[in-house]
Design a protein around this ligand. Sequence first.
Ligand SMILES: Cc1cc2nc3c(=O)[nH]c(=O)nc-3n(C[C@H](O)[C@H](O)[C@H](O)COP(=O)(O)OP(=O)(O)OC[C@H]3O[C@@H](n4cnc5c(N)ncnc54)[C@H](O)[C@@H]3O)c2cc1C
Length: 355
Amino acid sequence: MTQTMLSELTTAAVGGPAGTFVEARTEAEIIDAVRSADAAGEKLLIIGGGSNLLISDAGYPGTVLKIASQGFTVNSEDSCGGVSVVVQAGHNWDALVEHSVLHAWSGLEALSGIPGATGGAPVQNVGAYGADVSQTIAAVRTWDRERNAVQTFTNSELKFGYRDSILKQTTIQGSPRYVVLTVEFQLALGRMSAPIRYAELARSLGVEAGKRAYSNDVRREVLRLRASKGMVLDASDRDTYSTGSFFTNPIVPAAAAASLPEGAPQYPAGSDGLVKLSAAWLIDQAGFAKGFGLDPASVSGGRASLSTKHTLAITNRGEARAEDMVAIAREVRRGVVERFGIELHPEPLLIGLAL
Ligand SMILES: Cc1cc2nc3c(=O)[nH]c(=O)nc-3n(C[C@H](O)[C@H](O)[C@H](O)COP(=O)(O)OP(=O)(O)OC[C@H]3O[C@@H](n4cnc5c(N)ncnc54)[C@H](O)[C@@H]3O)c2cc1C
């Protein structure tokens, strides 16, 4: 029997063998596979597009379940209520965004080019260019592994935060308690985008921040900006063999932010005086330039490095092991603590690995 290598199922292209590998193409198959693994007391790893996972070279000793359900259903579409669309968890995220823009469903356009499957999107409330999925998700239907029953969450029940949700917070032995089956989006009808909240995107579209643009222009510009940063998957570009941003932007008390040098980007984060910092800026200013690690004499032996286009992505240059990626992450995290006293936290889920 051939073993499935998790390096083939992850965008970072690292990860050893799966104990047992199952691919589920329908909701019924997903529930069946989860129930069987749980009934057998097996560890369970849920994988969508594998774009936010860093898995150890030792692999995963339990069941690895690839969510491969496809398609979506339009529940309603009218000029008053907009569009309600229910998407299968395994449906490719960017294919959904592309469809939405082509069919004048407004609200997802700024999230163009994010890899992965739709079921993964609510888990960490994916976001980019001033948008995140909490703005358009109406409900998420899940399989609750603890109660052995279907559980549907409304938007407010999902407790969305910055790269966070109840789905990410609630785990059984490190794996999701709630397995996402479908995601329902509520989108406006029309060719105009949602208001552009991100200054760099507004500039490149030639509109004022807070104004709208044509959604297809927004998609085109977002894809262009993302590609220039290595943030759109491209098999021929080693800068895209990553988990995207490796660290989240730290959220710190105002006093900690005040001690940073002038020019450090800072954004208000919530009502209790917290401030969001730029992890990319901290990394760069701590002395880790784009491409850090490429030198064969570096901690990763040159096999893993910061992207040559962006300091926030840790990339596999071709033959990296998971430990090489982690070595870069440790070095960067240590340097940022040493320089600024601020601890960075990883965005991807680490399996069998620790920083
Ligand atoms: C080049 C690149 C660019 C990126 N850019 C961005 C970005 O701009 N913004 C952003 O937010 N993220 C970004 N990411 C990260 C990633 O693409 C997103 O987090 C994406 O939503 C992950 O989806 P996935 O299907 O690949 O999840 P996976 O990596 O397969 O899984 C991630 C986590 O979600 C869980 N999960 C997956 N599917 C389900 C399910 N059906 N039910 C329950 N749990 C599930 C997994 O168990 C795991 O804990 C980027 C990644 C890459 C490689």
